[in-house]
Ligand binder design. Structure first.
Ligand code: ACO
Length: 191
């Protein structure tokens, strides 16, 4: 996704982690002008994600990020757009208190890290960028994907999880979250 300003000036790293402060590294701290541009980027990619998932309203926006304890991992390609860079996509995660059913149908209260939104620009989907971003987040969080919960995953995302992480066997839930075989035993062992 191209923007009418220099993406490399806003985001110096290939992957930038944004939280409620909307600050991307030292550069944008105390710079309302740069934070306004970061707001534009987040709102735009949030809208693109909602459109791709045919949602009526974006799950991700700058104002939502400011008010929630979520994190957005934003991937850029700094070479494209004549060296101004493009935003390739983003992944939003956050911890949520969930009431889940284990394999025996017993209610379990847990607060796993959840994938809340995930989007790679249409023209570069299926090029491995989603995997790069997801792997970055897993390393940063030092977490296995089986220990995460997935909020209303799309068909494409379910296919992605099956292909890259062999997550195929989900445990039926009564809410919109999907968890996979391995979520409960590992969680118990970790406690
Ligand atoms: N149809 C089916 N599967 C797909 C598609 C597609 N159009 N695109 C990606 N995938 C899956 C497949 O398993 C694919 O492997 P294959 O090409 O061998 O079939 C694999 O993802 C490719 O992996 P990457 O290239 O690393 O994935 P990509 O960069 O495309 O990112 C993502 C995956 C984020 C799901 C992307 O396709 C996308 O943005 N889709 C539209 C928005 C969306 O559905 N987001 C998930 C919302 S649900 C949530 O966030 C909880």
């Amino acid at each position: 996704m191209e923007f009418p300003f220099d993406i490399n000036q806003l985001f110096s790293e290939r992957v930038t982690i944004l939280d409620h402060t909307l600050v991307a590294g030292r550069k944008s701290a105390g710079r309302p002008d740069l934070q306004a541009l970061i707001t534009t980027v987040i709102d735009e990619i949030g809208r693109a994600s909602a459109k791709a998932q045919q949602l009526t309203a974006p799950i991700t926006s700058a104002s939502k990020l400011q008010s929630q304890r979520h994190q957005v991992y934003l991937l850029k390609d700094g070479e494209r757009n004549g060296g101004h860079g493009v935003v390739v996509g983003f992944l939003k995660v956050g911890c949520k208190k969930l009431f889940l059913l284990d394999r025996q149908g017993v209610h379990i209260e847990a607060e796993p890290l959840c994938v809340l939104d995930f989007y790679i620009a249409e023209n570069v989907q299926r090029h491995g960028y989603g995997l790069e971003l997801f792997d970055f987040m897993l390393q940063h969080k030092n977490l296995e994907p089986v220990l995460m919960a997935y909020d209303r995953p799309s068909i494409k995302f379910l296919s992605f999880l099956a292909k890259h992480y062999c997550l195929t066997q989900s445990v039926p839930q009564v809410n919109n979250f999907v968890v996979f075989e391995g979520f409960f035993p590992n969680r118990t062992a970790a406690q």
